[in-house]
Write a protein that binds this ligand. Structure first.
Ligand code: SAH
Length: 241
């Protein structure tokens, strides 16, 4: 039987490696998917690529898999971060899921002046990134960081990284994005529902590493804007070329 299930495990993967399953994984594989001893599963851990493994122990609260052969090497996304201001719960979940599918290397929730969310559920967002990687065939899982203040992120900006600042005041202009994917990588910045404050916009426009970019003739909701910006970036500078 061909393996259809892809499972993320936080465990080293290599030939003949035994992988213990926790309660949730056992519940999913044996309780929900009804896998029996001998069935194949695809595993990845974000570091070692994708491997075929077979079920050796089935249990209610655990189990064990045995890794056989590598089916795919690790495929890293381009060095792209997505910085976004968290919005309502379901839409924030959507942004994280889509960023993982679209090939973000790192997802950074940022608090801006008009951000309503004071806190995020980092573990839950990270779990969404894992699920997205499981279903889209990815072998890498982007890290979702804790919520950081935009001002601080900009003050600590890494040398060489470029910023694609999605600036709603540029609505209607051409979406010119220029540059190359150099060693320092890139980041995309998407604002909250209320947009950026005047002060934030002035600061962002003045940063030498930032390029302010339009996303076309309509104002997009933040979740749409995140997907649109990543599409534009991937097509011009990333792994869609
Ligand atoms: N309330 C604001 C819009 C915020 S849209 C207003 O009416 O002006 C949320 C975020 O999506 C923005 O901060 C920006 O980062 C991005 N965005 C949406 N539409 C855009 C566009 N046409 N061009 C550039 N960025 C856009």
């Amino acid at each position: 039987m061909s393996a259809k299930i892809r499972l993320f495990v936080d465990h080293p993967l290599g030939k003949e490696q035994s992988v213990p399953l926790d309660r949730d994984q056992a519940h999913y594989l044996f309780g929900v998917m009804r896998l029996a001893v001998g069935t194949s599963v695809l595993l990845f851990n974000g570091r070692d690529g994708e491997w075929m493994a077979s079920v050796v122990v089935v249990g209610k609260r655990g189990g064990e898999l045995l890794v056989q052969t590598q089916t795919r090497p690790l495929q890293m996304p381009p060095d792209l971060w997505l910085l976004f201001a968290p919005i309502k719960k379901a839409r924030t979940d959507f942004i994280v899921e889509k960023a993982a599918e679209m090939g973000a290397a790192r997802i950074v929730p940022v608090q801006t002046e008009f951000t309503n969310a004071e806190r995020i559920r980092q573990n839950r967002l990270q779990a969404h990134a894992v699920e997205a990687a499981e279903q889209c065939g990815g072998t890498f899982v982007p890290e979702v960081t804790g919520l950081q203040k935009l001002d601080r992120v900009l003050a600590d900006w890494p040398t060489g990284r470029k910023l694609m600042f999605c600036d709603e005041e540029k609505v209607g202009r051409s979406s010119a994005l220029t540059g190359i994917l150099a060693d320092g990588g890139w980041a995309i910045l998407i604002g909250p529902e209320g947009g950026f404050s005047k002060r934030e916009r002035t600061r962002l426009r003045g940063l030498e590493f930032a390029q302010s970019v339009s996303l076309g003739p309509r104002i997009l909701r933040a979740d749409t804007a995140a997907v649109a910006a990543m599409t534009l970036w991937q097509q011009k500078l990333g792994d869609w070329r």
